[in-house]
Write a protein that binds this ligand. Structure first.
Ligand code: NAP
Length: 194
């Protein structure tokens, strides 16, 4: 019985596209302030859009999985994030109509994603703090795409500590050189679990 349950659990884990996290953090590991981003960096935003939207298979879409506050901080004209399946985590009974699917927990979101996995290429976890933490600890964790912004900003929301067994890897689809916009330098880092 236990074996069957375990087997079912692991075959479920293997079937699901891995959770890929994408975040931008400044030197003090801040990611947000007052329900907004602490910076305006067009190149970084374009990178986020391209990474979370593009698919190899044009019949598939990517999921963007986010917390309710992150959903609320997306400007109305950009909601839902276009050409992506928007999933919002909330404990409340909220209804975003056909803009976004709401889920009560990460396991609930995994269930929903599993049910439509033939339509999905990548699953992007786009914040905030607790969801990043849960995703990094999850058996579904795949990769962390972290933009390191080489400056300190005042923040009230922070990226959780990166586990010690995460290692930097090279992803050829990501620019390797130092980026710069408005005099602010930043680099794209990619982590996997050792
Ligand atoms: N720099 C970046 O890359 C980046 C990325 C994303 C966000 N941000 C910034 O971060 C801030 C928002 O992030 P945040 O950490 O404050 O909030 P958040 O994670 O976006 O949203 C928190 C809410 O999500 C729901 N939630 C979280 N975990 C859940 C779970 N396991 N199960 C069910 N519901 C869950 C709860 O909603 P209910 O209260 O409705 O139950 C919770 O109050 C903003 O300032 C935003 O601009 C920055």
């Amino acid at each position: 019985m236990a074996y069957r349950l375990l087997h079912r659990y692991y075959s479920h884990v293997n079937m699901l596209p891995k959770l890929e996290l994408i975040a931008a953090a400044c030197e003090n590991m801040g990611i947000g302030i007052n329900g907004d981003l602490p910076w305006r960096l067009k190149t970084e935003m374009a990178f986020f859009t391209h990474m979370t939207t593009d698919t190899m298979d044009k019949n598939k879409k990517n999921v963007v999985l986010m917390g309710r506050r992150t959903w609320e901080c997306i400007p109305k004209k950009y909601k839902p994030l276009e050409n992506r399946i928007n999933i919002v985590l909330t404990s409340q009974s909220l209804d975003y109509g056909d803009k976004a699917i709401t889920c009560k927990s990460i396991p609930h979101a995994i269930e929903v994603i599993t049910e439509m996995q033939n339509k999905i290429e990548r699953v992007w976890v786009i914040g905030g703090s607790n969801i990043y933490k849960a995703a990094m600890e999850s058996p579904y964790f795949g990769r962390l795409y972290l933009t390191r912004i080489k400056k300190e900003f005042e923040c009230d929301t922070f990226f959780p500590p990166i586990p010690n067994d995460f290692v930097l890897i090279k992803d050829p689809t990501v620019p390797q050189d130092i980026q710069e916009e408005k005099g602010i330098k930043f680099v794209y880092e990619v982590y996997e679990k050792k």
